[in-house]
Ligand binder design. Structure first.
Ligand code: SF4
Ligand code: SF4
Length: 412
């Protein structure tokens, strides 16, 4: 899995990448990398999108890999029977409101049958399909065309390439993959992870990638996660981490049936407060339904981490934080949510009835996601002043004579 394990965005219906007509300029200040519309589009992805991590096996063993993938991890690959079970749920997911799925890993092409079965079912159900790959399969134009033809139901090919991939994959692989993907009428996106500040080599590599006609490029700095933890990445304090929202692009169903809240820093973490059970034992739509009603997650998605700081400060818990905080939202998130005491405290705080209601209203207003608020209003255990209940019900039914719910539902 590359360090930018977001679903493909270029040409994708969910969101558009910033203009990267000058590719080296993509290695710029992240504050200007997203417009407000793009930010809002990214924030909304979690409600409509699910990622499947098919395996931790990968022919590459990049130094910065956030999931510690490698050739020796074949034993992690999702069993075919499990993939078939998920494939059988694609129509339900579409009916529930999911619009797209993405496959990642490791290298998802190594789980060939699993991806074929699931992507075919997803395509038949009308879902957008995408995968993240390192394009090691594109050594020649012929091999590239063969692999692209092998996955006819994958619409968007999201290719990772950067300095760290160079020991295994060269620019020619990327060109071959690009040409084969476009020739087959699919979409091509490129993901590039760079050191901060980017080296001259990285800038030159990006400039070269600009030769690929029509390629959209997403760039992100290297993260101190997975093998990246051992890279001695210098702490950065360019930005205020508390104000940036969580931009998770949806839950990740891992190869072993466990669930991660995102495909970024918590992708391989088992120590986070959003425990949703096992996908091998529950229906995917049901898990997603619960995922979208996690008060703490909805709060950081809608508003960032500022309220968390205030709660920690009130409780005298800011002393547990290190003096220098990371300036990136996901790094701050990992730091806080993997501290059991802080995570338990914040989760309990967000779940207090008044806060839960407030967060549900915020999510409905700022993310346009009504599900959590609707569930609360339908829950007899939630005590509300009748006037408040009336006002919230009216808010939910605004402009919807039929009272339809915005975002995924389970048909309730
Ligand atoms: S290509 Fe590199 S970063 Fe991506 S999964 Fe494989 S080892 Fe990890
Ligand atoms: S802020 Fe946390 S939950 Fe959100 S994407 Fe980053 S690591 Fe994942």
């Amino acid at each position: 899995m590359s360090q930018i394990d977001a679903p493909p965005r270029a040409g994708h219906r969910f969101a558009e990448l910033p203009d990267t007509s000058d590719p080296a300029a993509a290695l710029t200040d992240p504050r200007i990398a997203l417009t407000l519309d793009e930010l809002s589009s990214c924030q909304g992805l979690a409600g409509k999108h699910i990622t499947f991590s098919l395996t931790l096996a990968c022919p590459l063993k990049c130094r910065h890999c956030i999931v510690d993938a490698g050739p020796e991890k074949g034993h992690t690959t999702m069993p075919l029977a499990v993939a078939e079970r998920y494939a059988g749920q694609m129509a339900d997911l579409a009916a529930y409101g999911i619009e797209g799925i993405c496959f990642t890993g490791g290298e998802p092409t190594l789980a060939r049958r699993q991806m074929q079965v699931m992507s075919a079912a997803a395509e038949a159900a009308g879902l957008e399909t995408a995968m993240v790959t390192a394009a090691q399969w594109a050594a020649t134009p012929k091999l590239a065309a063969r692999t692209v033809a092998d996955f006819p139901a994958i619409a968007c090919w999201d290719v990772s390439f950067d300095l760290f991939h160079l020991d295994w994959v060269g620019f020619e692989h990327i060109r071959n993959a690009h040409d084969a993907i476009l020739a087959a009428g699919r979409r091509f996106t490129l993901r590039f992870t760079y050191n901060d500040p980017p080296s001259e080599t990285e800038r030159a590599l990006m400039a070269r990638l600009g030769e690929l006609e029509g390629a959209k490029i997403a760039a992100q700095r290297v993260r101190a996660v997975g093998r990246g933890e051992d890279m001695g990445i210098a702490a950065s304090d360019k930005y205020n981490p508390w104000v940036k929202p969580c931009l998770t692009q949806g839950m990740v169903v891992r190869y072993d049936g466990s669930i991660s809240p995102c495909c970024l820093n918590l992708v391989e973490s088992r120590r986070h407060p959003f425990q949703l059970g096992e996908a091998t034992a529950r229906e995917l739509a049901e898990i997603h339904h619960d995922y979208m009603r996690q008060p703490l997650l909805q709060l950081i998605r809608a508003l960032g981490f500022g309220q968390l700081y205030l709660w920690l400060e009130e409780a005298g818990l800011t002393e547990r934080l290190p003096e220098q905080l990371p300036d990136e939202a996901c790094e701050l998130c990992t730091l806080i949510l993997q501290d059991r005491e802080l995570a338990d405290f914040l989760k309990a705080k967000a779940e207090e009835p008044a806060n839960r209601l407030r967060i549900a209203v915020i999510a409905a207003r700022s993310l346009g996601e009504d599900q959590m608020l609707r569930s609360l209003l339908e829950d007899d255990a939630v005590v509300l002043d009748p006037q408040e209940r009336r006002a919230l019900t009216q808010f939910l039914n605004r402009g919807r004579p039929d009272g339809a719910t915005a975002g995924p539902t389970r048909g309730e």
